[in-house]
Ligand binder design. Sequence first.
Ligand SMILES: [Zn+2]
Length: 119
Amino acid sequence: MNQNILSGIGNIYADESLWLAKIHPESRSNELTSAQIERVLASAKQVMSQALEVGGTSFDELYVNVNGESGYFDISLKAYGQEGEPCERCGTQIKRIKFANRSSHFCPKCQKLARPLGF
Ligand SMILES: [Zn+2]
């Protein structure tokens, strides 16, 4: 089984946190350095507090509100739902990859995998 870091939390939250931390979504937690893990956790915290600031009780709920055009336009998603859009950091197109039960959006340039998959 592929144990993806942050697999237990919402897709939006995970995509945004990993983009911020520059960690590839297929990174396995046991392959990350403790500094990288701390970066992901700090980013997750940052994303969450940003969501709370603009009035959401959870990031997922907030996104529904964004789609429903009921306000909350202050939040800007950097990765989630941005497939084909330029990365805000480097201009590379955001890619979407699919896993067994979810998909993930990421910048292939900023978020490099530590080592190739399947080994
Ligand atoms: Zn990028």
